[in-house]
Design a binder for this molecule. Structure first.
Ligand SMILES: Cc1ncc(C[n+]2csc(CCOP(=O)(O)OP(=O)(O)O)c2C)c(N)n1
Ligand SMILES: [Mg+2]
Length: 396
């Protein structure tokens, strides 16, 4: 299988564009003993520090974290519907495979402009959104391809949008950063950092005012939290009792700036305390932990009309966007998180719980690959928008 066959292929970080060297799928990798880690470098050379006690400690830590997360997942799996579990794994594998292809066709020039990939963060979008009702509303940032598909937009309509083609979910006029579908209650795709937080608050106000019973899920990065809109929105949401779940996807970086260099406080979850809002810190490498925290927040939003802030911590494997030179972090740091890959962990947990066999996983991978291939074909064959479309759906 293409998706699991390609493991960790590293080149020297120095002097290369990040999008040229970052690894492909990690869907079959789990923490291994030190000797195996060395051979997994791909170029046969042991990386600097591999043999040190610090590196050894890192591997031991990775194994411990992997085992702890698996034990916790196994408990949660027991009480979750098998169909839901399969769907969650499928959506994660589809997201990973779809975006690996995005990177490939981007380099071929088929996708233009900005393109921000979600690889490594799949457990957040999938764990939270599969806990929603279809009528619930979702809004996010420019890193939106996977969320759009989990919300029900077809891979064809997302890929065609990336290509700027007529068959795209917004007729090719939005591109990578602006997926949108009113039919699926998916409200973008926003390029202004933090802009969607204010819009989400308004959406939740509307849901409450009209008594629709809908909940709003709003995703944003940790760099958005330093902006006024975050604080103004949280204040209003708590004051007015709005059914909004604010999900901060903390992937440690805002472009090339680490959280440590930009934020005086280390806990984002605790910022909600300033507004007396319910909040939780969640492990974003564990899809079941994300699901459980979101279910608690949904209950609070739907039944008590109260908002929640979730800080969900994960890591992006790829650059900020496809044009990121990536010289602000080391390959060891990236590898550390890949050794804790959320898809590998979830697949292993499902296998151990006897919910999934190797054959089932192969089938899931096959379905994801076929869905992506269909999307690529559709996008290739879809025409560019007609000139007459230039001024339609445009508001100024
Ligand atoms: C208001 C505003 N300021 C600056 C930018 C430029 N910019 C685009 S993405 C980004 C970093 C955002 O990082 P984060 O919120 O952590 O999200 P991530 O990209 O990590 O998902 C910045 C500064 C912007 N788009 N909007
Ligand atoms: Mg970030």
């Amino acid at each position: 299988m293409e998706c699991s066959g390609i493991l960790f292929i590293f080149a020297d970080l120095q002097g290369l564009r990040e999008d040229d060297i970052l690894p492909k799928a990690a869907t079959s990798r789990k923490p291994e003993k030190r000797a195996n880690l060395t051979s997994a470098k791909g170029n046969g050379k042991a990386s600097k520090g591999t043999a040190t006690s610090a590196a050894f400690r890192d591997v031991e830590e990775a194994i411990k974290e992997y085992e702890d997360r698996k034990a916790s997942q196994l408990r949660a799996i027991k009480t979750t519907d098998k169909k839901v579990l399969r769907e969650m794994l499928y959506q994660m594998v589809l997201g990973r495979h779809f975006e690996e292809k995005c990177a490939e066709v981007y380099r071929m020039g088929k996708i233009g402009g900005f393109c921000h990939l979600y690889i490594g963060q799949e457990a957040i979008g999938v764990g939270s959104m599969t806990a929603l009702e279809p009528s619930d509303m979702v809004i996010t940032s420019y890193r939106d391809h996977v969320q759009a598909m989990v919300k029900g937009l077809s891979p064809e309509s997302v890929m065609a949008e990336l290509y700027g083609k007529e068959g795209g979910c917004v007729k090719g006029k939005g591109g990578s950063m602006h997926m949108f579908s009113k039919e699926h209650e998916f409200f973008g795709g926003h390029g202004i950092v933090g802009g969607q937080i204010g819009v989400a608050t308004g959406m939740a106000y509307a849901a409450k005012y009209k008594n629709t019973g809908q909940v709003v899920l709003c995703f944003f990065g940790e760099a958005a939290v330093n902006q006024g809109i975050f604080h103004e929105s949280l204040n209003m949401a708590e004051l007015w009792g709005l059914p909004c779940i604010y999900i901060c996807e903390n992937n440690r970086y805002g472009m090339g700036t680490s959280q440590e260099r930009a934020m005086s406080a280390s806990s984002i979850a605790r910022k909600a305390g300033s507004y007396e809002m319910a909040n939780e810190f969640v492990d974003g490498m564990d899809v079941m932990a994300v699901r459980a925290a979101t279910l608690r927040a949904i209950e609070r939003a739907r039944n008590e009309s109260r908002p929640t802030l979730l800080e969900i911590r994960a890591y992006r494997y790829m650059g900020h966007s496809m044009s990121d030179p990536g010289n602000y972090r080391t390959r060891e740091e990236i590898q550390k998180y890949q050794e804790r890959d959320p898809i590998v962990l979830f697949k292993d947990s499902l296998k151990e719980a006897k919910v999934l066999s190797d054959k089932d996983f192969e089938q899931i991978e096959r379905e994801a690959i076929e869905a992506t291939d269909r999307a690529l074909k559709f996008a290739d064959e879809s025409p560019f928008p007609d000139e007459s479309e230039l001024l339609t759906d445009v508001y100024a």
